[in-house]
Design a protein around this ligand. Structure first.
Ligand SMILES: [Mg+2]
Length: 145
């Protein structure tokens, strides 16, 4: 198979995935359906059992997401050339879960569907980074030729 055929097959596969992802959302879908419903419910129940929803305004949740993302970044602080997860997975799991939990709570506070915004973002990114221009490149979309 030639390089052009491989590239064409890759583009077709990506286009099929994008089309599959762009299916219209069902009217009855809940706004947190991107995460397993039981998981989102668990996160919200944890908050509600402690009467913490009163503190969960969008600004403070955005601050919390950023702080937890910084804790995730801290896992790699001073790691030099060590870019692997080995030996760090427990801490990565913990901090990634903190980020994800706050993302769920932020989505809930704002009535946003994580599933919908992620799909929309992937679609927009696909337009900014078409496979034929971005394949194997790390350039910003404004620099792609
Ligand atoms: Mg944390």
């Amino acid at each position: 198979m030639s390089k052009n055929e491989i590239l064409k097959n890759s583009i077709t596969a990506v286009q099929e995935r994008v089309e599959a992802v762009q299916q219209p959302a069902a009217e009855e879908a809940k706004h947190l359906r991107g995460i397993a419903e039981e998981t989102a419910d668990l996160v919200c129940a944890f908050r509600d059992e402690r009467n913490w929803k009163q503190f969960h305004n969008p600004k403070d949740l955005a601050v919390s997401i950023s702080l937890e993302a910084a804790e995730l970044l801290e896992v790699f602080q001073w790691s030099g050339e060590d870019l692997k997860c080995e030996g760090k997975l427990d801490k990565i799991r913990e901090e990634l879960a903190d980020v994800a939990n706050y993302c769920i709570l932020m989505a809930d506070a704002c009535g946003i569907s994580l599933d919908e915004i992620i799909r929309a973002k992937v679609k927009r990114n696909g337009e900014k980074y078409p496979v034929e221009k971005a394949y194997g490149k790390k350039d910003k979309y404004t620099e792609l030729k």
